[in-house]
Design a protein around this ligand. Structure first.
Ligand code: HEC
Ligand code: HEC
Ligand code: HEC
Length: 438
């Protein structure tokens, strides 16, 4: 009797939840095309120029330009764990681009993640961040795209997502669970400085730093309480380190000027940007005006530090148990690396990063260390650092055992004190990356 009542209760509760979910999903589907624009759009030169600047901060061209393709004509794949989503044509071409879009349509895409016809967009387009962009800034970007970008006829590429992620039902459910358009009238943090507020607006919104740096759940949604706490990138070959961990990428201890300069040039006394971060600096943050770079720096510096301790050199060098491997590691280091990074890993200011106390070297997640040594690294060429030095790849010169001996030497010498890595770690990474061995 009692069991039956419980079962019925459960069934009714499930039914109610199902009906509520279905109602909400239907509502997600319901939005259609907006009414056609009433007045013809007109933009001032100042608005167009501001739009160009803002589009750079949002790195719109980075995703919306295919390799070798027309600027902003789309077709570049954004890889996700569920397949590839192709960025659309943002040129003012009327048939295939946004030539017939109103500024209202455009704002709705950024703010609500919906295409002109009402279709829900995939969050590979960082609208969960762009939802914070103001109407004014959205209109400026729209004005820039309409007035300055050359129309290019290119039909959007169909996405290639695996089942069930390719279904609108899955996307509607994802949006119900994880996306809410920003409330433009919500109060900001009144106790913070104007610079911090501006920095928060840019970092959280247009610059979408958390799109790579925030920890995600299995469905690719940011985990509550883990903003900026580090994440592997979708192909699992780069790690976007935590901006809130002292032993990863927190800048709480950097002078404000160094952070601002790093954003604009990709280099600082604390390290250089490489890999996907070098691309962001190259395409986007190098164009930041001084006051915006300093505002973002103020926000980043004030992010709460949640874990990790700052590097302190250890008195001991390599422990005796690792002596023979360390000897081999030292010989290899002196042969292959010391020319640039210095005999004692001291580096050379603004040319070759120091490896003593270097967080890429010491981090528990070794992906970026493996990657930079196997594939090399290029700092971005920027106005403030026009001819950066590069780092050559070593995949074809060093086998797994040699590389592990060398890296363990670097991780344990000169006061560095990171635990040893195993050959298995490296083999695993190298196989996943499919780079050849000597
Ligand atoms: C990380 C890559 C990325 C960045 C950066 C990015 N986009 Fe996109 N964008 C995409 C992808 C992928 C889509 C396709 C989403 C879909 O079709 O579901 C898209 C779609 C869009 C759409 C809808 C196009 C259509 O035909 O429905 C608009 C509008 C748009 N982006 C504008 C922008 C603007 C403006 C910026 C810069 C402020 C920007 N995007 C930056 C990846 C990006
Ligand atoms: C496309 C993904 C991506 C985006 C977007 C991105 N980052 Fe990164 N970031 C990375 C990766 C990968 C690394 C590790 C490589 C490196 O250290 O340069 C990194 C490194 C960093 C570091 C460590 C620097 C050091 O030398 O210790 C900081 C700080 C940082 N990012 C801040 C930012 C900020 C601020 C933004 C937004 C303007 C941002 N990132 C946007 C992927 C990204
Ligand atoms: C020709 C000079 C040169 C040689 C040789 C060289 N490097 Fe580098 N290395 C660089 C430069 C320049 C950078 C910065 C690259 C960038 O920012 O993309 C760098 C970056 C690095 C980084 C990332 C540092 C950071 O700040 O995040 C590591 C780790 C590293 N090198 C280790 C090594 C090791 C180990 C070797 C030997 C196997 C080596 N390098 C050989 C020039 C060199």
């Amino acid at each position: 009797m009692r069991l039956r009542r419980v079962l019925w209760g459960g069934l009714i509760a499930f039914g109610l939840v199902f009906v509520a979910w279905a109602a909400l999903v239907v509502r997600e589907f319901a939005a259609g095309a907006l009414p056609a624009p009433v007045a013809k759009f007109s933009a001032s030169a100042a608005q167009v120029e501001r739009g160009e600047y803002l589009a750079r901060i949002g790195n719109c061209a980075g995703c919306h330009t295919a390799r070798g393709g027309e600027p902003y004509a789309g077709g570049r794949a954004v890889d996700t764990p569920f397949g590839a989503v192709y960025a659309g044509n943002l040129t003012p071409d009327r048939a295939t681009g946004i030539g017939d879009w109103s500024s209202e349509d455009f704002y709705r895409a950024l703010h609500e993640g919906r295409s002109r016809d009402g279709r829900m967009l995939y969050p590979a387009f960082p609208y969960p961040n762009f939802t914070q962009v103001t109407r004014d800034d959205s209109d400026a970007i729209y004005a820039y795209l309409r007035e300055r970008v050359k129309p290019a006829r290119r039909v959007n590429t169909a996405h290639s997502l695996s089942f069930p992620y390719d279904s609108a039902l899955a996307l509607a459910t994802w949006r119900l669970l994880y996306f809410k358009p920003a409330d433009a009238t919500a109060a900001t943090a009144p106790s913070q400085t104007a610079a911090w507020q501006r920095g928060a607006y840019l970092v959280q919104g247009l610059a979408h730093c958390g799109a790579c740096h925030s920890t995600r759940n299995a469905l690719g949604a940011p985990l509550a309480g883990h903003a900026y706490d580090g994440a592997m990138m979708p192909q699992n070959d780069w790690y976007a380190p935590s901006l809130t961990a002292r032993d990863e990428a927190s800048v709480a201890d950097w002078p404000l000027d160094d952070i601002a300069r790093w954003l604009q040039t990709g280099t600082s006394p604390q390290g250089a940007a490489f890999g996907p971060m070098a691309e962001i600096v190259f395409q986007s943050t190098q164009y930041l005006r001084d006051e915006d770079a300093r505002a973002m720096a103020a926000y980043l510096k004030a992010l709460p530090v949640t874990r990790g301790v700052a590097f302190k050199p250890s008195p001991q060098t390599v422990s005796s148990g690792r002596a023979t491997a360390a000897d081999r590691g030292r010989v290899l280091y002196e042969e292959h690396c010391a020319n640039c990074h210095g005999k004692a890993g001291e580096g050379k200011a603004s040319a070759w990063p120091a490896l003593v106390g270097n967080r890429t070297v010491l981090m528990a997640n070794t992906s970026n260390l493996f990657r930079v040594v196997l594939s090399g690294g290029f700092a971005p060429a920027t106005a403030g650092n026009p001819q950066p030095h590069g780092m050559p790849p070593f995949y074809h010169l060093l086998g797994d055992d040699d590389l592990v001996a060398l890296l363990n030497y670097v991780r344990g010498a000169w006061g560095n004190n990171a635990p040893a890595i195993t050959t298995l770690d490296l083999i695993h990474y190298r196989d996943a990356l499919r780079v050849a061995r000597p």
